[in-house]
Design a protein around this ligand. Structure first.
Ligand code: SF4
Ligand code: SF4
Ligand code: SF4
Length: 255
C-alpha cells in the first residue's frame, strides 16, 4: 500500500521546528518509513502541485503573503498539522503586539520599514482550520514521531493535559522558585519532560497552557514567593502573548 504523502511548509519563524524534524536522527528514519515527504524546503529541492495527505506547518501567519500562502496550502492538504509555538499560538512573533505595527517596523527597519509587509501575528488555526497542533519551541522529536504514528494508524493523537510541574516533581528537581526564579510550570502544558527546570532554568511555557489552567493555584505559589503579577505577565508574554490576548477577549465577550 502506498505511504501517505507529507510536506513541511514554513511561515514566519526561525524554521527551527522544521529543522527539529531533520535533526531527530533516530526518529526521522522511523518517520520516513511511515510517510513519503514530497515537499520540504529545508530538506529537498522537489516541489509538487499534487494533493498532499499530511501538511506540517511551522511559523506564524504574520504577513499578507503568509495569509495568502496558508490558504493555498490548505486547499491542497488533506490534514493540516501546526508544529511549534509560532504555528500553534503565534509564539514569540506576538511580542510585537506590545507596540503599534508602525512603531515595530520603524524599530526594526528604520525608514525602510514603512514598505515592509507585516500584520498582527496569528497562529495558523486563526486563519484556516487545522486538524492537530504539536506545541513547543522547538517541537520534541519523540512526540512528533508518536503523533505521526497515531495519525497514520488512524488513531486520534493526544497531548498531555497536565502541567510541567508533574513531570518536574517526578524527576525530583529542586523547584526553581526556591532559587528566586519565576516558573510557568504550574500552568504550562507538559510533554517536554520538564526540560528547563531539569537544567536549572525556569519554564517559559513554550508549549502553551494546559486546558483550563489552575491560575488560582499558580497565584498562590507566586504570592508565597513574593512575585508580582506584573513579573508573571512578562514571563507569559514570551510564548503566550497571543493566547493571553485571546483569553482576555473571550472574558470580555462573556461580560
Ligand atoms: S516555535 Fe521556536 S523553533 Fe519553532 S519556528 Fe518558532 S521560534 Fe523557531
Ligand atoms: S521548577 Fe517549575 S515546573 Fe518544577 S516544580 Fe517548580 S514551578 Fe513546577
Ligand atoms: S520546561 Fe517549559 S519552556 Fe522548557 S521546554 Fe518545557 S514547556 Fe518549554
Amino acid at each position: 500500500m502506498a505511504k501517505p504523502t507529507a510536506a513541511v511548509f514554513s511561515f514566519t519563524g526561525c524554521e527551527g521546528c522544521s529543522l527539529a524534524i531533520l535533526e531527530c536522527e533516530k526518529e526521522l528514519l522511523d518517520v520516513v518509513k511511515l510517510v513519503d515527504f514530497v515537499e520540504w524546503r529545508e530538506a529537498m529541492s522537489e516541489r509538487t502541485e499534487a494533493m498532499i495527505d499530511l501538511g506540517f506547518i511551522d511559523g506564524a501567519i504574520s504577513t499578507h503573503h503568509d495569509e495568502k500562502k496558508i490558504r493555498q496550502v490548505r486547499e491542497r492538504v488533506r490534514m493540516l498539522i501546526s508544529i511549534g509555538a509560532c504555528a500553534t499560538n503565534a509564539g514569540v512573533n506576538a511580542l510585537k503586539h506590545r507596540y503599534g505595527l508602525r512603531e515595530v517596523k520603524e524599530i526594526v527597519y528604520g525608514e525602510a520599514g514603512a514598505e515592509f509587509d507585516t500584520i498582527s501575528a496569528r497562529p495558523v488555526h486563526a486563519v484556516v482550520p487545522v486538524e492537530f497542533e504539536i506545541p513547543g519551541c522547538p517541537i520534541q522529536g519523540e512526540e512528533f514521531l508518536r503523533i505521526v504514528l497515531d495519525i497514520v494508524q488512524g488513531k486520534q493523537p493526544r497531548l498531555p493535559n497536565y502541567p510541567v510541574c508533574v513531570e518536574c516533581k517526578r524527576k525530583e528537581n529542586v523547584c526553581v522558585f526556591e532559587k528566586g526564579m519565576i516558573c510557568m510550570g504550574p500552568v504550562a502544558r507538559a510533554g517536554c519532560g520538564a526540560d528547563c527546570p531539569s537544567y536549572g532554568a525556569w519554564c517559559e511555557a513554550c508549549r502553551g497552557f494546559v486546558d483550563n489552567p489552575n491560575d488560582e493555584a499558580h497565584e498562590e505559589v507566586l504570592t508565597k514567593y513574593g512575585v508580582t503579577s506584573e513579573e508573571l505577565l512578562q514571563r507569559y508574554d514570551i510564548f503566550c502573548a497571543y493566547e493571553l490576548e485571546e483569553r482576555k477577549s473571550r472574558q470580555q465577550g462573556q461580560r
